[in-house]
Structures are given as structure tokens and as C-alpha cells.
Design a binder for this molecule. Structure first.
Ligand code: ADP
Length: 623
């Protein structure tokens, strides 16, 4: 991946991250909403169901007894008692009421006369709850019944503050209402049933005052704001005993209308000093025929935590799905990259193969070219060698030519002597002087031998011999060369100091070639001393530490200047007018051919010194 790819990826990654956050959040919100709605529906249905059950049970419990007072006016004793007509038979009335109450399970049944005085009661034996003689004229249920209607009202008991539902019926004497029969139905079973709802619940009467509740502090509070007049009215009825009607503790605006219609409402309870903000679901039911409302308060914290769980699960699911999508994308991308890499590799491979093939072709061509060049070189070398041999031969013949004059001079003297001696010998023979003739001929023999001595080195020098290495004696070679150049040395008046005469050194080199090199070196020395005042030629030989033999040829000539030393062995470098500049090049070539070398330098005292290095014969080589 290159840098621009990386730069491109950055915004893409940011968009993906944004998308991830957005979709996870969205999933969370949706999950919350759904979870909330689901939990809410479940809650409503469950607690609505309990509410219905509770309501119908409570109504049944209460209504079961509410028609009792209607039957009381059928008892003649009661009618006459409340009417004050016949001599009062209080005991029988009380007994009747007691039996009725005990049988039906009411808390109390009592009758009052037209003035509101209780004249008969089921509870005469229990002093604390006997209403006999009590004035109930102010009670609303009494007033309703005396007006000919059925009076129904909640009230706290006169004596014990026990809550009860009072149902009162008029007692007719003929067409006139002469008294009121009242039954007090205990509400304790209703209170006991509150736990069945499992939540805080209350029952409020028609004045919106809480008369029954699972919460003690809610009792005798008003769900709606109460004016002072209303409070006075409520307290005057005495229905709530000595309790003052307070305000409902939950600071909620209750939609009593909705509650009474059985509608569910949700209210927020603002956070108090010690409590957090809560949300309540309020469900209400009207208790049939009683103007009472049952309200149940469900805390929605559970609903919210269920919704939160749903939100968390949804977010988790979204995260998982997103990760799955990313993973799939990543895998696809990895596969694509792999594919691209493979293709690139295949391309590179193909290119490599192509390059290798190209290189192989080039190498094969180069090899062929090399082989061709090698063949050419070998041929050239052979030609060169042949040329070199020819050059050597030519050089020799040149030297030979130079020698010719000296040799002629050298031969002239013995030849003249031979001629004279031969003539003399002939004369001695004619005279019969054989002894003298023999003496002359003996001298002729010596002279012929001397001539042979002159010619022999010439013959071997001029011969075009193969250059095979052989054991060559250094002093013999030097001697031959000095002899050949003797005439030139003498003409040039050169003093020769040959230290090689005493040397027994031998080298592994072709004798002819060795002499050729020495002729070159000494001839050059003679040339170099042409204009010199002192003309000394020195030759000596010895062995170097590396085992090779050296032959040094030094002169007192003009010496070599610095630039010359560099080009000395380059063919055709000459300072002589008639020179070819090949002598030293060929000489070094010969020396190197036999594993030796030829070096040149200046002598400190002036003049040049040439050092010919050659290996010893193999048999001589030793430690
Ligand atoms: P040529 O003798 O034909 O010139 P050489 O190769 O034998 O060719 O010598 C090359 C040159 O080296 C000579 O021209 C000469 O200038 C120089 N040279 C050779 N030997 C000596 C020497 N002993 N002293 C000074 N110069 C020399």
C-alpha cells in the first residue's frame, strides 16, 4: 500500500466509524423504544388484570352485604321501635339485629329513629361499639336514607375509628319514613387484599379523599386540592373521624377524570430531597355502584431497566452485525489483495523468466563472442609469437650484419697467415724440407681452429632455433655475446668488466634467446655510452632471495630520464634515429616467457642498469 492509498483510507475509516456509531446508537434507541413499549404493554396488561380482579372481588365483598338493611323494615318490631308506636321491645330487636349481623358477617347493623337516635343495634353486648343512644343525624348516609334513598358512605367507626362502609335504607311505616336501618360493612378484607396488587394502591371516595391504602401516609389525604370550606364540610360529616384531610404526598397532578374512566396515565414524580426522579404508571378503576376509585401506582423503573437491557442488546446486536459486515469486507479486501499480490507475483515471475531468458541469450551470445575472441586471440598470439620469432631472427641478423665487419677483420688476419704458411709449406715440400712444412701446417691447424672458434658462435647465434627452455650457462652466454660484440666494444673504446666469468650460475631458458637478450642489452649500453667520457660496461650475475638468477648489465652512459623509464618496454619507443624500439619489448617478452622479467633503473653514479631475471633450471631449484 502506498502513501496516497493510506491518505485515501483515512476519511473512509472516519466515515465507517461514524456510520458504526450512528447505527449502534440508532439500534440502541430503537431497542429502548421497543423494549419500553413491550415492557409497558406487559405491565399494563398484568397490573390491569390484577386491578380488575381486585375491583370485582372488593365490589362483590361489599355489595354482598349492602342490601341487608332493605330487609330490616320487614321486621315489625323494628318498625314499631323506630316509629315509637308500640311499647318498645328493644331486646328482641337487638337480638334480631345481632343474629342477622352475625349470620351475614357484617360488622354492625343498627337502626335509628326519625331524630337520628340509634335505638337498636346488633352490638349491644360489646360496650365499645354499641351505638345505642348515639346521634347519627349528621351522617350523610342517614340523611340520604331518611330522604327515602339508599345512603352509602365510607366512614370511620364512631367508637373505634375502624373504617367501614355504611349502607343505609329507609324504614317505612306505611308510606312514611320513620327510621333508618344501617349496616356497617368491614373494609378490612379489602385492606388485606391490597398486597395482591403487589404495588402501592389506594381507594378514594367520591370526594377524592383516600379512604383505604396500602400506604399508611396516603390515608385521609385528598387527591385534589381542598379549599378551606370543603375541608370544613368534610370534617363536619365526621366520616374521617378525627383525621384532618391533608394533601396527597405525591406531588402529581392526577387526572382523576381519566383514572375514574379506567384510563392509564403516566406521571413524572420530580426528584425530591432524598429520592431520584421517578415515573409512575397510574391505573384506575371505579368500584361499581360506590363512587369509589381504586388507583394503583406502578414504578416504571423496571420498565425502564427492561428497555435499557433491550437497548443494550440491540446495540450489541448492531455492533455484532457491523463487525460481521466489516469482517466480511476485510476478508473480501484481503482476498482481493491476495489475488492482486498473486497476479503481481506471477507477472514478476514472468518478467524474471523473460529477463533470465534474455540474459541467458545475451550470455550465450557473449560466450560465443568470447570463444570467438579467444580463438582469435590464440591465433593472434600464434601470429605474434611467429612474428616475435621472426623479429628475433631479424634482430639477430641485424646484429649479425653489424658483426660482419668485425668478423671479417677478425678472420682476415688468420686467413692471411694461413695463406702465407700454406705457400711456405708448399715451398718446404718442394725443397724436401718436410719438417718445416709440417711445422707450418701445424700452425695452419691452430689458425683454422682459431677461425672455427670465431665462426662457431656466429653459427649458433644466426640459427633460427625453437625456443624450448634448457639449462643455459650464464658465463658461456655472456662470453659468446661479448665475443660477438667485441669489434664494436673495441671501436667504441669501452672497458668491459665481466664478473660472470667466475659465475657457475645456470638458468632455465633457451640459450639462443638468452644471448639475444644480452646482445640487446649490451648493444644498447654501447649506444648509450656513445658520447660519454668514461665508457664502462659492467656485467655480473648472482642469485636473488626468491631463488631467481639475475644478470645485471650496467653502463656509464646517459642514463634514462623519468618519462623514458615508463615507456621503455613499450614497442616502438626509441630515441635512436635508426632504432625500431623493439629490442627491449621483445627482450622483456622473452624473459617473461620463461618465468623471469626485465627491469631498468638508473645508477646513482650515472648510467643505466638493466636487470635480467630468470628462473633456475628445475633440477637446481632447491631450498
Ligand atoms: P632501439 O635500440 O631500437 O631504440 P630498444 O628497445 O632496444 O630499441 O631501446 C629503446 C630505447 O631505450 C633506446 O632508443 C634508448 O633511448 C633507450 N635505452 C636502451 N638502453 C639504454 C641504456 N643502456 N642507456 C640509456 N638509454 C637506453
Amino acid at each position: 500500500m502506498n502513501i496516497s492509498d493510506k491518505n485515501m483510507r483515512r476519511p473512509v475509516a472516519a466515515v465507517v466509524a461514524l456510520l458504526a456509531v450512528a447505527s449502534i446508537t440508532l439500534a440502541g434507541v430503537a431497542g429502548y423504544r421497543l423494549g419500553y413499549a413491550k415492557a409497558m404493554t406487559a405491565l399494563m396488561s398484568d397490573s390491569g388484570h390484577r386491578l380488575d380482579l381486585f375491583t370485582s372481588t372488593a365490589v362483590l365483598m361489599i355489595n354482598r352485604l349492602s342490601s341487608i338493611p332493605a330487609t330490616i323494615e320487614l321486621n315489625a318490631d323494628v318498625v314499631s321501635l323506630v316509629s315509637g308506636e308500640a311499647p318498645r321491645n328493644v331486646e328482641s330487636v337487638n337480638l334480631f339485629l345481632h343474629r342477622l349481623s352475625a349470620q351475614l358477617g357484617s360488622e354492625a347493623i343498627f337502626v335509628a329513629d326519625e331524630q337520628g337516635l340509634v335505638v337498636g343495634s346488633s352490638n349491644t353486648t360489646r360496650q365499645d361499639d354499641s351505638r345505642l343512644g348515639a346521634d347519627i343525624a349528621y351522617r350523610p348516609y342517614y340523611q340520604d336514607a331518611l330522604s327515602g334513598f339508599v345512603g352509602r358512605h365510607f366512614s370511620l367507626g364512631e367508637a373505634r375509628d375502624t373504617p367501614g362502609y355504611f349502607v343505609a335504607y329507609p324504614i317505612h311505616n306505611g308510606n312514611r319514613v320513620t327510621g333508618v336501618a344501617t349496616v356497617k360493612i368491614s373494609l378490612n378484607p379489602v385492606v388485606d387484599a391490597f398486597p395482591l396488587l403487589g404495588k402501592p394502591a389506594l381507594i378514594a371516595d367520591r370526594d377524592n379523599v383516600v379512604i383505604l391504602s396500602s400506604q399508611k401516609d396516603w390515608l385521609y389525604t385528598s387527591l385534589t386540592p381542598v379549599s378551606v370550606d370543603q375541608r370544613v364540610d368534610l370534617e363536619l360529616t365526621g366520616m374521617y373521624g378525627r383525621n384532618r384531610i391533608g394533601a396527597f404526598p405525591l406531588t402529581v397532578e392526577l387526572n382523576t377524570e381519566a383514572a375514574s374512566l379506567g384510563l392509564d396515565t403516566v406521571v413524572d414524580i420530580p426528584a425530591g430531597d432524598n429520592s431520584r426522579q421517578t415515573q409512575l404508571l397510574i391505573q384506575g378503576r371505579t368500584l361499581d355502584g360506590m363512587d369509589w376509585r381504586l388507583l394503583v401506582f406502578s414504578d416504571l423503573a423496571d420498565v425502564r431497566s427492561e428497555a435499557m437491557i433491550a437497548a443494550a442488546l440491540s446495540s450489541l446486536l448492531a455492533t455484532f452485525l457491523f463487525t460481521l459486515v466489516l469482517f466480511a469486507r476485510q476478508r473480501r479486501r484481503a482476498a482481493r489483495q491476495k489475488q492482486q499480490a498473486r497476479q503481481a507475483l506471477e507477472r514478476a515471475n514472468a518478467e524474471l523468466e523473460e529477463t533470465v531468458a534474455r540474459r541467458t541469450r545475451a550470455l550465450t551470445d557473449a560466450n560465443a563472442e568470447l570463444l570467438r575472441e579467444m580463438a582469435e586471440r590464440i591465433q593472434t598470439e600464434a601470429m605474434l609469437r611467429a612474428t616475435q620469432d621472426d623479429l628475433v631472427q631479424a634482430a639477430k641478423l641485424t646484429a649479425f650484419g653489424e658483426l660482419a665487419t668485425g668478423i671479417t677483420h677478425e678472420l682476415a688476419q688468420p686467413l692471411g697467415a694461413i695463406q702465407t704458411l700454406a705457400g711456405n709449406a708448399r715451398e718446404f715440400v718442394r725443397r724436401g724440407d718436410i719438417a718445416n712444412a709440417q711445422g707450418n701446417l701445424a700452425i695452419v691447424d691452430d689458425l683454422i681452429e682459431k677461425i672455427g672458434g670465431i665462426i662457431h658462435p656466429l653459427r649458433s647465434f644466426a640459427r633460427k632455433s625453437p625456443a624450448e627452455p634448457e639449462e643455459a650457462n650464464v658465463s658461456a652466454a655472456v662470453r659468446n655475446v661479448l665475443f660477438l660484440l667485441d669489434a664494436r666494444l673495441r671501436t667504441a673504446e669501452i672497458a668491459v668488466a665481466n664478473a660472470c666469468d667466475r659465475s657457475t650460475a645456470t638458468v632455465w631458458c633457451n640459450r639462443n634467446r638468452l644471448e639475444q637478450v644480452l646482445v640487446n642489452l649490451i648493444a644498447n649500453a654501447i649506444d648509450a655510452m656513445n658520447l660519454a667520457e668514461t665508457r664502462d660496461l659492467g656485467i655480473h650475475a648472482g642469485q636473488r632471495p626468491d631463488g631467481r638468477v639475475f644478470i645485471a648489465v650496467e653502463d656509464s652512459g646517459k642514463g634514462l630520464d623519468a618519462t623514458q623509464i615508463e615507456t621503455l618496454f613499450v614497442p616502438f619507443s626509441t630515441t635512436k634515429e635508426t632504432g625500431l624500439g623493439l629490442g627491449l619489448a621483445i627482450s622483456r617478452g622473452i624473459a617473461r616467457d620463461y618465468g623471469g622479467d626485465l627491469l631498468a633503473s638508473n645508477r646513482p653514479e650515472g648510467g643505466a642498469i638493466f636487470l635480467l631475471l630468470l628462473p633456475q633450471p628445475p633440477s637446481r631449484v632447491g631450498p
